[in-house]
Design a protein around this ligand. Structure first.
Ligand SMILES: Nc1ncnc2c1ncn2[C@@H]1O[C@H](COP(=O)(O)OP(=O)(O)OP(=O)(O)O)[C@@H](O)[C@H]1O
Length: 260
């Protein structure tokens, strides 16, 4: 199996502060890996480092390979080539991916065109239908503020998929949505990843959410990967105290919900 993403000894620093320390993991084609940890544990910085998108003032060391490209130290030109086709990202807040002043249809058309589709409007409608948006015609004509949060996240997913990425990175993609919409978006992601044989790096602070879409997880605490393994093993017998506290918290919530 070929790895679509291979991260080895990744560290991220802000001056002499180490925010991510010596993290390693890989994702094969068709595989789903969860990156879990509480707020501030370094999940988003890891995702940004994978795409060569760290903000000014932060530096990465170690190795990040997207397909056959080494991301750390790569030129902007090389990074532009791999972003989109080797890996695409969906963020927590879909509005970050959308221009408020442009109709949805034109926004979805842009990446489709950049990645070679010559089919114009029918391709846009197909892309919107593929993320199970009802009435793609209406959505294509709408501006971002005229559709719901769940619909916007589906549009952001359609845009990420337009480039046919080998790896999809989903950074807390359902955290901003309410619970029923969350479940629908997770089901959608699950199906799309399976149908396309993509790799998925799914980032969340929520073990219950991660357990719905991934098979393996890496647990991050203060920028350090403290535990990793098959999700079912980790839920049954967490080894690290931090993982134990995550599992216990998820179980408490679960039983409270069942009880109510
Ligand atoms: N641009 C920056 N400069 C300095 N420190 C930063 C910067 N961005 C993030 N950090 C710090 O790095 C650490 C990891 O941040 P990161 O955003 O990766 O956490 P996270 O696990 O994704 O959290 P959340 O779930 O809240 O998004 C935090 O302590 C954060 O304050």
């Amino acid at each position: 199996m070929t790895a679509v993403l291979s991260v080895s000894g990744l560290s991220v620093r802000a001056g002499d502060r180490e925010l991510v320390s010596d993290v390693s993991f890989s994702v094969d084609a068709g595989e789903r890996l969860g990156l879990i940890g509480e707020s501030g544990s370094g999940k988003s910085l890891t995702a940004l480092a994978v795409l060569g998108l760290l903000p000014e003032g932060l530096t990465a060391s170690g190795s990040v390979r997207l397909g056959s490209t080494e991301v750390i130290g790569a030129s902007d030109r090389a990074l532009t080539r791999v972003r989109g086709s080797s890996a695409a990202i969906v963020f927590q807040e879909p509005l970050t991916a959308l221009d408020p002043l442009m109709r949805i249809g034109s926004q979805v058309a842009a990446p489709l065109k950049r990645f070679g589709s010559r089919r114009g409007r029918p391709a846009v409608l197909d892309a919107l239908a593929e993320v199970k948006l009802d009435d793609p015609e209406r959505i294509a004509r709408a501006y971002p503020h005229q559709i719901s949060g769940g619909q916007r996240q589906r549009v952001a997913i359609a845009m990420a998929l337009a480039c046919r990425p080998a790896l999809l990175i989903a950074d807390e993609p359902t955290t901003a949505l309410d619970v029923t919409v969350q479940a629908d978006v997770l089901t959608l992601l699950d199906g799309l990843v399976r149908d396309r044989g993509m790799g998925l790096l799914f980032i969340s602070h929520d073990l219950a959410v991660v357990s719905k879409v991934t098979d393996r997880v890496v647990v991050l605490e203060h920028g350090v990967a403290v535990e990793r393994g098959v999700l079912t093993d980790l839920l049954r017998a967490p080894q690290h105290p931090y993982t134990r506290s995550l599992v216990a918290a998820a179980r408490t919530l679960d039983s409270a919900l069942e009880w109510s």
